[in-house]
Ligand binder design. Structure first.
Ligand code: PMP
Length: 379
């Protein structure tokens, strides 16, 4: 017998981080690996955090988050989705969307429960389910333009029945950049509404869509949706570590306990910065978005000119690239080769689950100069 938690021992380290560390050792490499923006946190947001500290108000906050911050989140979510969440009982401010996902899954999963994850998917979802001694049901979307179809969702639910506690639906999707349309979401919502389960909607990239409108499944299924979001992407605040979840009270009662026992509350100055961002910085994402769109178009064109097939991205800041015919290596070996021979670091698609094999994920949240250098080297 092991002294370790066997489920924890079983999960691999983050494939993305591991690969990033591996290729970071290549001298002179240009990395398009992590979703780490090259923008600064907007000045007014930064000042809000500084002021809170200077005013000596940076003590513990309420466990669910500072009241005014929850109010700001409630107003923001209502503006964007039309759904009203009570700041007192239906919103929790978390340490990034990461902790929102952790608290949400831990709150609902019993050993042996099932969680549906369309893949390719953000790699964090898999270990969070495993650590909770539950099982992932992976649905490969690569043959369906990387969108989960109602038929495949229905088939999984028919097969696994009541043991399915949740589906994790992320859109715009990391790693493909695909955005779900309103009717695609509605079709899934119609099926989910027939089952006693939650949809954990990770909408962290909702402010970063290009030429398409973002819709939330919370609008269609408020009683079953756990809306996960945060400030990391919309305000380049990755290091502030502020996220949140909004959900029906019954869910929040349980998930808020997991949250409180894990972290007590998020950093107090960072919470103030988040409130400032949501109250006075709703257009902060616009200039970033314009830059991302230019970069997306640039990288997409360069890749197309080289003969790569790509998944047309409509949001987030990733491009999912198909490894050309004639290369029979795995995406992992291809990415290692590319790092060593061309000095370009991009993530192998296999890091995102079975639907990602044969592809590579490239992050265009990088400077124009780095993107040009990377494209020249790949060419
Ligand atoms: N969900 C998705 C889809 C992400 O891409 C990320 C960050 N890469 C997160 C959640 C985690 O974000 P946070 O910094 O808020 O923990």
């Amino acid at each position: 017998t092991s002294v370790m938690n066997t489920e924890v021992a079983k999960v691999a380290q983050s494939g993305i981080r591991e690969f990033d560390q591996k290729v970071s050792k290549v001298p002179g490499i240009v990395k398009l690996t992590l979703g780490e923006q090259d923008f600064n946190v907007p000045e007014h947001v930064k000042q809000a955090a500084i002021k809170r500290r200077e005013d000596n108000k940076a003590h513990y906050s309420a466990q669910k988050g500072i009241w005014g911050v929850r109010q700001a989140i409630s107003r923001y979510v209502e503006k964007r989705t039309g759904v009203e969440y009570d700041p007192d009982s239906e919103i929790v401010v978390t340490v990034g969307a990461t902790e929102a996902l952790y608290a949400s899954l831990t709150a609902i999963l019993n050993p042996g429960d099932k969680v549906i994850i369309p893949t390719p998917a953000f790699a964090l979802y898999f270990p969070l389910v495993t650590i909770n001694r539950a099982d992932t049901i992976l649905i490969d979307t690569s043959k369906d333009n990387f969108v989960l179809t109602p038929a495949k969702l229905q088939a999984a639910l028919d097969k696994y029945g009541d043991s399915v506690k949740a589906i994790i639906l992320n859109y715009p999707v990391n790693p493909t950049g695909v955005e779900y349309t309103e009717s695609q979401l509605q079709a899934l919502a119609d099926i989910i509404s027939e089952h006693k389960m939650y949809v954990i909607a990770d909408e962290i990239y909702c402010e970063l869509t290009y030429g398409v409108e973002h819709h939330s499944i919370a609008t269609m299924l408020p009683e079953q949706t756990v809306l996960v979001n945060g400030l990391s992407k919309s305000h380049a605040m990755t290091g502030y570590r502020i996220g949140y979840f909004a959900a029906p009270k019954g869910f929040v009662d349980n998930a808020a306990k997991v949250h409180a026992f894990a972290v007590t509350c998020p950093s107090n100055p960072a919470q103030y910065a988040a409130a400032e961002a949501l109250e006075h910085g709703l257009s902060d994402a616009v200039p970033m978005k314009e830059q991302y769109q230019k970069r997306r178009d640039y990288v997409a064109k360069r890749l197309a000119d080289m003969g790569f097939k790509i998944v047309q991205p409509q949001g987030a800041f990733y491009i999912f690239v198909k490894i050309p015919d004639g290369f029979d290596e795995s995406s992992f070996d291809f990415a290692v080769d590319l790092a060593q021979k061309a000095k370009v670091g991009i993530i192998p698609g296999s890091a995102f689950g079975p639907g990602g094999e044969g592809y590579l994920r490239l992050s265009y949240a990088a400077s124009d100069a780095d993107l040009k250098l990377a494209m020249d080297r790949m060419e």
